[in-house]
Structure formats: C-alpha cells, structure tokens
Design a protein around this ligand. Structure first.
Ligand code: HEM
Length: 353
C-alpha cells in the first residue's frame, strides 16, 4: 500500500465542511444557488467533516490499515447522503463509521488505559449511540447533545492528555471526572427528557469550562514567548469560554428544538468551542497528516478574531431575535472558516519550501 494513500480523505473531509457551511447559510435564510442542502447541514458538519478528520488523525497516528475504514465510511456517508436524499444509506455509513471509531479507541485504551483515553472512547461511544438513535428516526434536536458530547469529550480528553506535563493532582483528576460525569449524565438524560437533559448537560459544560480554565496548560501559555504556542493558547482559551456560554444558555433555556435560541445554544459549542479548537489544532494535525511543516504567521489572528467577533454578533442576534444580525453573524462565521482554510494552505506551502 502506498504510504500516503489516505491523503484524499483530507479534501473529502474539508469538502464536507465547505458544503456544510453552504447548507448552514441556506438554513439561515441566505438564498444561495445550487441544490438546497439545508437539512444536510448538521450531519455534514459533525460526521462528514469532523468525524472523518478525527478518525483519520487516529488512523495515521496508529498506522494500521483497517483503521482507515471508519474515516472512509463517514467520508462516503456524506456523499451518499447528498446523492440519495431521504434515503438512510448516508446515515447508515455514518453509524458504521462511528462504530469503527469505537474499535479504534478501544485499541488505544487497551494500549494505554488512562482517564484521557477512556474519555475519548466514551466520546465516540456517545457519537455512535446518537447516530443509532438518529437512524432509528429521532430528530436531530433530540440527539444533538450526543453529537456535541462526541466533540467535547474528544477535545477535553485530548487536552487532558497534553496536560500530563503539569502532572494534575488526584484532586484535579477527581474534579474532572465529576464535571465530565455530570455532563455525560445530562447527555444521556436528554434522550428521555430534553428539558432536564439540556440543563444537566449545561451544568456539566460549565463545570468542564471552569476546570479547563483552572487547570489547562493553555491558560499559562497565553503569554508564551513562542508565537505559535501563544496563538494555540488563545484558540483554546476562547473555545473554553464558549463552552461556558453554551452551558449558561442550556441551563437558562433548557429544552430547545429550533429557532434562534437553539441556534445560540448549539453553535456556542459547534462554532465557538469546536471550530476555535480546530483552528488551534490545525497547525499540528495538518503537518502530521501531510508530513510537512507549517509556517506560523501573525495573520492567523485575523480568522481567529473574525470567528469570535462574528459569533458574538450571531448570539446577540439570536438572543435579541434580530434576523439581520444573526444572518450576518453566520455569514462572517463562514468567511472566517474559509479564511482559515486559505491561510492554512498558504502556510503549508510555505513550510514545504
Ligand atoms: C459556520 C457557519 C454555520 C452556520 C451559518 C450554521 C447555521 C445553522 C443554522 C441556521 C441552523 C439551524 C438552527 C435553527 O434551527 O434555527 C444550524 C443547525 C445546526 N448546526 Fe450549524 N451552522 C454553522 C456551523 C456549524 C458547525 C461548525 C457545526 C458542527 C460542528 C454545526 C452543526 C449544526 C447542527 C448539528 C445543527 C442542528 C441541525 C438540526 O437540528 O437539524 N453548525 N446551523
């Protein structure tokens, strides 16, 4: 097998992101040309883009042939879900891909059984469970906490792993388990009682935020002398703050099924937390996947600032029920992501020279 045979999965995942943004903007009320993708938005983003990228990263790190099947399944899944709208084939492939994700994480946990690997394993188990429920006919708003939990637990698990250098005390680890346990309890509860589930998950998100702001090494690195380390620290810090905002919105409003408040509650996590973390992780993951270097540029702060400022605008629009603010917030969120993709490509090309 050729060494870099998996490279096409990177554009497959990024194409899902681009189409997902297109779909999100259509869903917001922007009349964009081409087919109407609005209903495909959530699955494209969560499983098509992030599911594929996260599984690919694991497979490349462990270098076992079968581990490339799960990202290939989720990649094929989004294509089929667009090619055959209304058919369950895409959702079925997402579900199989997430099942494969459990197998990958199980190998990782067996190699190294630790709270951080177990946290990441629980994240993919919840993603799989959410996909099964969605496949069996539940609406996305009923399982959206499971999809959020996949990304939140994957990210906080990874952060915990990277924080090993700080040697967290047993007390800090216990507090992490309590926060993650409350969050997970809320996610499970949300399937049977969305109102209480949302509130308990919200409390869990808030606790995970407080924990991260107190114990994550990123906070110490906000003034680091290395520019890249400092930039990553800002991505992480702002991401944590948004998880806290999502926690408050969920605690206050509880059951949300559509509309501006729903948009605020879920995108504080999906855009504020997850995309900011992706911005911070990109300078590490893309060089690893492409076996090249990245040249850091101060211009990276432009897409970071644009993302967070436009999310503030979007949330104000949502809370004040101002359609125009919300629409422009969403549009600039998307432009910030496009800018990030462009900057990343330029920096990788510069790194190759
Ligand atoms: C960056 C630009 C984005 C835009 C413009 C956008 C737009 C939207 C809109 C308008 C909705 C419908 C909310 C409502 O019911 O009123 C929505 C739902 C959703 N979005 Fe986004 N979004 C974006 C990013 C993301 C990202 C990055 C993710 C995931 C990582 C994501 C995941 C979801 C999910 C799961 C739903 C729920 C879908 C459903 O209930 O059918 N979005 N988005």
């Amino acid at each position: 097998m050729k060494k870099n045979f998996y490279i096409p999965l990177i554009p497959v995942s990024l194409l899902a992101l681009i189409l997902g943004m297109w779909a999100g903007l259509q869903r917001m009320g922007w009349s964009l040309p081409a087919m109407n993708l609005a209903l495909a938005h959530g699955p494209l983003m969560v499983s098509g883009f992030l599911g594929t990228l996260v599984m690919l990263e694991r497979a490349v790190a462990l270098q076992r042939g079968w581990m490339f099947t799960p990202p290939a399944l989720t990649g094929l899944g989004w294509m089929l879900s667009l090619a055959l709208p209304g058919q369950p084939l895409g959702a079925l492939l997402f579900t199989l891909g997430s099942l494969g994700g459990i197998a990958i994480l199980a190998v990782i946990v067996r190699r190294e059984t630790h709270i951080y690997t177990v946290t990441m394993l629980v994240g993919v188990v919840v993603w799989f469970a959410g996909n099964v429920l969605w496949l069996s006919g539940k609406a996305i708003f009923q399982i959206v906490f499971a999809w959020q939990a996949f990304l939140i637990l994957t990210i906080v698990g990874e952060r915990l792993e990277l924080n090993r250098v700080l040697r967290p005390t047993p007390r800090a680890l216990l507090l992490f388990k309590v926060a993650a346990g409350i969050f997970l309890g809320g996610v499970i509860l949300s399937v049977v009682d969305l109102g209480w589930g949302a509130r308990v998950s919200g409390a869990g998100m808030l606790l995970l935020t407080v924990w991260s702001l107190r114990y994550d090494i990123a906070i110490r690195n906000l003034r680091h002398r290395l520019p890249l380390t400092r930039y990553i620290a800002w991505c992480l810090f702002l991401g944590f703050v948004w998880m806290g905002v999502a926690g408050v919105v969920n605690l206050v409003f509880g059951r949300l099924v559509a509309g501006p408040l729903y948009d605020a509650a879920i995108h504080a996590v999906f855009v504020g937390f997850v995309i900011s973390m992706t911005f911070g992780h990109a300078p590490i993951i893309f060089p690893a996947l492409l076996q090249t270097q990245i040249v850091f540029s101060r211009w990276f702060y432009i897409h970071l600032a644009l993302l967070h400022a436009s999310l503030v605008v979007r949330l104000i629009g949502n809370l004040a029920n101002d359609v125009l603010l919300r629409k422009w917030g969403g549009m600039i969120n998307s432009l910030a992501i496009v800018l990030f993709l462009g900057m990343t490509v330029v920096s990788l090309v510069r790194g190759k020279k």
